[in-house]
Ligand binder design. Sequence first.
Ligand SMILES: [Zn+2]
Length: 383
Amino acid sequence: MNFSEISGQEHIKGPLRRAVQEGRLAHAILLLGKSGQGLLPMALALAGYLLCENRSETDLCGKCNACRKTEKYIHPDLHFTFPVVKKEKQKDAPLSSDRMEEWRQALEEDPLMSYNDWLLRLDAANKQGNITARECREIVRKLGMKSFEAGSKVLLVWKAELLKKEGNRLLKIIEEPPEDTYIILMAEDESELLNTILSRTQVYRLHPLRDEDILQHLVRKEGMEESRARELAYLSDGDLARALKLAAESEGGMGDTFRQWMLMIARSDWAALLEWINEISTKGREWQKYFVRYGLHFFEESLKAGMSAGYTARILPGYEKLTVFLNEKMDLEAYESAVRLLEDLHYHIERNAYIKVQLLNASLRLGDVILKRKRIRAEALIR
Ligand SMILES: [Zn+2]
């Protein structure tokens, strides 16, 4: 993993590289961010950069002896600590090194993996992973040894939140690491960290990725069509892993399907609507949830565009007309009702409710909202 492979996060790449070049990188570093923002890749790139024998100003060389080993995660001076669970029939407390094979494979295949993804790989979805006291002792032992290749030693600690009381065993080594030793801790949730660790590390924070960074990644690395990539970027809240997950779960763009739905509702075209509901009900549940999330996003952006003239909605070209149309029909209150309806629909889909009934119900009630029909009808009945 090198810096150029990481999307966005320029605000910390630069300072990290400069600190390494000028020999003033803190010996204990904490990277804070979401896994989908590139937390592990950033730590891996930094470790590779520290170990590279021929780094440039911008990146590791990728060719030297050290790079060839870090690339495969087999460099003897690159150590990893990450949560593990006991293997079947294992008596001792588990160590990260028990799971190196799975770990290397995970880094290879999915460096944006979440903690949960990792537990699934360990076949431990229902268990809690742990960084054990034994592991902490092992860290102290490993870092106390001389480096194998006469250069720096680097330890990466993933999910540093899980260093509880045992984490205090590491304090001394974090405070005064052996010479030429770097400890790079990674965490997603700052509030779960031991204060003693927070106060002894230099903190670098990752940011949510910009739409443009996600778009570029999806187009260049995944070979996705630009319009689809843009739609996914809008829906993923700056989290690349989420964008990739959404991509895997959905086929094709959602814009046309959503526009079709809104127009059938606005025209009260019930025959077409029933046919459409039949079609949507055959799609998978993940697709349906994704569609509803798209609807929520669309309403939100449409409302913002309606409220402030200068706002550029994060909506694909070609769909602005639909926002204008909705804004003619809907006020703030109507949008609030529409959002609640879709949240309800999402809730029911998640719980495996009978999708046809739910879609019909949501369509009818959205019709009431968009066309303000309910009130008129009720009044007509009273008269
Ligand atoms: Zn190199």
